[in-house]
Design a protein around this ligand. Structure first.
Ligand SMILES: C[S@@+](CC[C@H](N)C(=O)[O-])C[C@H]1O[C@@H](n2cnc3c(N)ncnc32)[C@H](O)[C@@H]1O
Length: 256
């Protein structure tokens, strides 16, 4: 497990210095390249595929989040900290926010866009979160679950959420037909070719890889219930094209 607080010395949990560049995976390489233009890029992509503006999409996610004074919020895979930025805009310093992300360049841009004492940006993996059990009241995750091993992610979220704590996720969801290996393979190839053409090889690998992780609404509901969440709701958000996987909005409460 590693954990790096940006603007401080890069440290492993055991105190050794690390060189982030040597450790970069293809996903980190893709997001490092995207970081300087992330918001514009994602705005164009969401609009092209779903008919959503980026800003509108984050607002829709946050509409589902009940925040009261004093809560501690974890934004998993925070990227350039757009979710923390919106939360601070709405709730000011009445809440504490941690934004966790594995790509340092995304966090560095986030720090430039939002330098607020109530927001702590942390570089680390959501697969082994650098937090104790029952640390947060609310966990959010926007546009990122498909880049991760979802059962591991949910288990880490469950561990770090307090009992009764709330989880809200918004990300791409597949339809039931995606369960067929041949369909998934075809979509992976399509994603690879598309992102190689419009972006670059690292992005193409990262997005093709992400296709394997995408879950349909029913699988999300089953997984969250099996992993000890209650009051699970999964809503398909409106999308421009029927043949492109739609965005899903997922809400659940951690059981006791
Ligand atoms: C599409 S961006 C989403 C950023 C932000 N949540 C938003 O709504 O704009 C996906 C982010 O997931 C991060 N990410 C991918 N795998 C991760 C992991 N295992 N742990 C933490 N962050 C991860 C990437 O570095 C990237 O910043």
């Amino acid at each position: 497990m590693f954990c790096v607080y940006i603007n401080e010395v890069l440290l492993l949990a055991d105190g050794q210095k690390i060189d982030m560049m040597d450790d970069k995976t293809i996903l980190q390489e893709a997001f490092t390249e995207m970081a300087p233009r992330y918001e514009t890029l994602v705005d164009g992509e969401l609009n092209r595929f779903w008919g959503w503006r980026y800003d509108q999409f984050i607002n829709r996610l946050l509409e589902e989040v009940d925040i009261v004074d004093g809560l501690s919020v974890l934004d998993v895979a925070t990227g350039t900290a757009m979710i923390p930025k919106k939360l601070i805009g709405r709730y000011g310093d009445s809440i504490r926010i941690v934004g966790l992300d594995i790509t340092l360049a995304m966090l560095r841009r986030g720090k430039k866009l939002l330098d607020d004492p109530n927001v702590r940006l942390v570089c680390g993996s959501a697969m082994t979160m650098p937090y104790g059990t029952c640390s947060f009241d609310v966990v959010l995750c926007g546009l990122a679950t498909h880049h991760m091993d979802i059962p591991v992610l949910i288990s880490e979220i469950r561990r770090t959420l307090k009992p009764g704590g709330k989880l809200t996720i918004a990300d791409v969801g597949g339809s039931a037909v995606w369960r067929m290996p041949i369909v998934r393979f075809f979509l992976k190839v399509m994603a690879f070719i598309y992102f190689l053409t419009v972006e670059n090889a690292a992005r193409a690998w990262a997005e093709a890889d992400g296709v394997s992780n995408v879950l349909c609404a029913e699988d999300w509901a089953n997984l969250l219930s099996q992993m000890g969440f209650k009051g699970v709701t999964v809503v398909e958000l409106p999308s421009k094209f029927k043949w492109i996987p739609s965005p899903l909005l997922i809400k659940a409460t951690r059981g006791g």
